[in-house]
Design a protein around this ligand. Structure first.
Ligand code: HEM
Length: 196
């Protein structure tokens, strides 16, 4: 499922720019995650949650140290840990961390956009998971309302044009975050074996 065009965002807005710049990366990631885990069975879904957890730990850590409060999305890793525990699983090893350098203009914004924007896709996945799992599988992560509330607030920041250095930093960071998720999906930092 690729991001669809949203008429709410003006064409010269930062959001439109970020979506265009990362559309191919998003498609690649969507396919890689479906190949690496998907959510067709309980163990697929557990692997999906484990991948999400492994990828998000260093990103949330980086944001906690470098992003201003209004660009720190609510952490998702505690919700992922809760879902994994409900499936009888421990936590996977986190993916390698990001460089701890001070962010340039726009980098925290671009990182926050990817993490918060993924909640849009999560809504669609949640519906499928509810159907496939017969409503039995835990969905603290996929159904997180606080991330959707954060997303609504972030829209005001991105549905307007940005200064060139901010747009450049946000794009660079967004591309790096997609590449990070892709590496986790392709090289599997999730546990090797999960119960069926
Ligand atoms: C695993 C499979 C995935 C599926 C099926 C999926 C699906 C979607 C869908 C349907 C949308 C569009 C929602 C809308 O416009 O109303 C979307 C947007 C988006 N997704 Fe994904 N997604 C997936 C994974 C990810 C991941 C892992 C990330 C990043 C960590 C991500 C980041 C984003 C971003 C940044 C947007 C755009 C937000 C915006 O419109 O500004 N997605 N996704």
């Amino acid at each position: 499922m690729a991001p669809v065009k949203d008429s709410a965002a003006a064409d010269d807005s930062l959001r439109t720019h970020l979506r265009a710049a990362t559309m191919a990366a998003h498609d690649l990631l969507d396919h890689a995650m479906q190949a690496a885990s998907g959510w067709q069975t309980r163990s697929d879904y557990a692997r999906f949650l484990a991948l999400q957890h492994a990828a998000r730990v260093p990103l949330e850590d980086w944001l906690a140290h470098h992003a201003p409060g209004d660009l720190s999305p609510p952490p998702q890793t505690p919700l992922l840990a809760r879902d994994l525990a409900a499936l009888g699983l421990g936590l996977p090893a986190p993916a390698p961390g990001l460089t701890a350098s001070k962010p340039a203009a726009g980098e925290a914004l671009g990182t926050a956009w990817v993490l918060a924007g993924s909640a849009l896709g999560n809504r669609a996945i949640a519906k499928q998971v509810a159907r496939i799992g017969g409503g039995e599988w835990p969905t603290a992560f996929l159904g997180d309302d606080t991330m959707m509330a954060f997303w609504q607030g972030l829209r005001a920041r991105i549905e307007r044009p940005a200064e060139p250095d901010e747009a450049e930093g946000a794009t660079r960071a967004a591309e790096a975050v997609f590449a990070h998720f892709l590496a986790v999906a392709e090289h599997g930092h999730a546990p090797e074996s999960l119960p069926a």
